[in-house]
Design a binder for this molecule. Structure first.
Ligand code: AMP
Ligand code: MG
Length: 421
């Protein structure tokens, strides 16, 4: 059994980084920058008025009210090019250039205009209502760095600096399938002893949220040979040896060999008589990097490589799937895109209640978060009854870390991983 930190180090060591590609800005949300982004101009590019009003000299308004002669106007896109002198005013619009000679703008609401003159009713302080030249950013400044994940708030900056196209790292291709003879598809009605497949869709969405192209492959029954064929096909190799045609094999024979860069399998990794994922990986000659992690939930998670495909075998319980995905598979997906931060964002929060840990393993348990009037982030337990409880998990905002052998008590400050992007 290896510690979680060791497992993550192994994933970092064994995972790959894809080459860059160029895409349109409008398709860039959630992608990882493969270039540094620089300001190609000063912003604002000139002293810019924040108000509709009059550009004036602050000295002239000291003894307001005062009458100044209007000598012209400065509008957005066409400034006033002469120098303004004492005793003069220039009508100015929001976004327009403040003319030479003026050092302040008085808003139109505190002025009255008559016969080519404006009465400035209140004193204007120097630089008021002006965005100074280059006060937001100077030309050549690095705005965003290679490896940053692009979000909505960044788009205006890209647009402003002319990045209609962006260099980003390619998306990894992820294939997903579930194992389990009890599993039926979402659209089917479970018969006696059956449940629906909740893992595959959850993983597809999680993988896509981490920037991957994800596809769900047909699920596989708990049958050694069928699983062997399914894994072999998913990684693009031939399964050697004569195989008997099993019941669920029909589905498998319909799918062609395909190859993603990452394969995620759920179920069949524990020690039950029908848990075949690890034996099949061995039989196919996969390199197995780890197969037991000091983690609750998720101890039997396996990480391997076969024919250049990284394989994550996650335990079947939906909450274990989510936790091990967030800690391990998600890391490899972001790493493939050369993201600077491949792990979930860490933070600290205060426990509102006792939460039990585990004797022999570190825990990452799903919790919800709230805030209190003291400005603290509060951990609310999800009355988490076990790793099959995806109903409770559906309210999770974070995973709380409980070190091996410890419990969390009310008012303890605990480390959390945010699930919210
Ligand atoms: P396993 O890891 O195969 O022993 O499965 C552990 C538990 O997770 C069992 O109760 C399974 O029925 C359940 N399980 C496995 N695969 C899925 C799935 N795709 N969707 C929902 N539950 C699953
Ligand atoms: Mg199973």
């Amino acid at each position: 059994m290896i510690p979680i930190s060791e497992a993550i180090k192994i994933i970092e060591r064994e995972s790959f980084v894809l080459p860059p590609e160029t895409i349109d800005l409008e398709d860039s949300i959630g992608r990882v920058l493969a270039e540094n982004i620089k300001a190609d101009m000063d912003l604002p590019p000139f002293d810019r008025s924040q108000m509709d009003g009059f550009a004036v000299r602050s000295d002239d308004t000291k003894n307001a009210p005062v009458n100044l002669r209007i000598i012209g106007e400065s509008v957005a896109g066409k400034g006033f090019d002469q120098k303004m002198k004492s005793g003069e005013a220039v009508r100015i619009m929001t976004g327009a250039r403040v003319p030479d000679g003026a050092d302040t703008v008085q808003k139109v609401e505190v002025t009255t205009e008559k016969d080519g003159f404006v009465e400035i009713l209140e004193t204007a302080k120097p630089a008021q209502n002006i965005n100074k030249f280059a006060s937001e950013i100077k030309i050549g400044t690095k705005v965003f760095a290679k490896g940053e994940i692009i979000n909505e708030q960044m788009i205006a900056a890209f647009a402003s600096f002319g990045y209609a196209k962006l260099k980003v790292f390619q998306k990894p291709q992820v294939s997903i399938f579930s194992t389990g003879s009890e599993i039926v598809e979402i659209g089917e009605t479970p018969q006696k002893d059956q449940i629906r497949n909740s893992n595959s869709m959850m993983l597809k969405i999680l993988a896509e949220r981490a920037g991957a192209n994800a596809e769900i492959l047909p699920q596989v029954h708990d049958d050694f040979k069928t699983l062997k064929t399914a894994i072999a096909k998913a990684v693009g190799i031939k399964a050697k040896g004569k195989r008997q045609k099993a019941k669920s094999d029909e589905k498998q024979s319909q799918i062609k060999n395909r190859k993603s860069q990452i394969l995620i399998i759920t179920g069949g990794v524990s020690v039950g008589d029908y848990d075949f994922t690890k034996p099949v990986l061995r039989e196919l000659g996969a390199e197995i990097f780890f197969e037991k992690v000091s983690l609750k939930p998720g101890k039997p998670a396996v990480f391997a490589r076969l024919n250049d495909v990284l394989i994550f075998g996650l335990p079947g319980n939906p909450v274990s799937v989510a936790v091990t995905f967030y800690l391990f598979a998600r890391y490899a997906i972001w790493r493939a895109q050369a993201a600077k931060n491949c792990e979930l964002k860490r933070g600290f929060a205060v426990c509102s209640d006792k939460i039990k840990g585990a004797k022999e393993r570190d825990c990452y348990l799903p919790v919800s978060l709230s805030t209190n009037k003291k400005g603290e982030l509060i951990i609310e337990s999800l009355r988490f009854s076990g790793s099959s409880n995806f109903i409770a998990f559906s309210r999770a905002d974070a995973l709380v870390f409980i070190p091996q052998g410890k419990n969390l008590e009310k008012d303890d400050v605990a480390e959390i991983l945010f699930l919210l992007n």
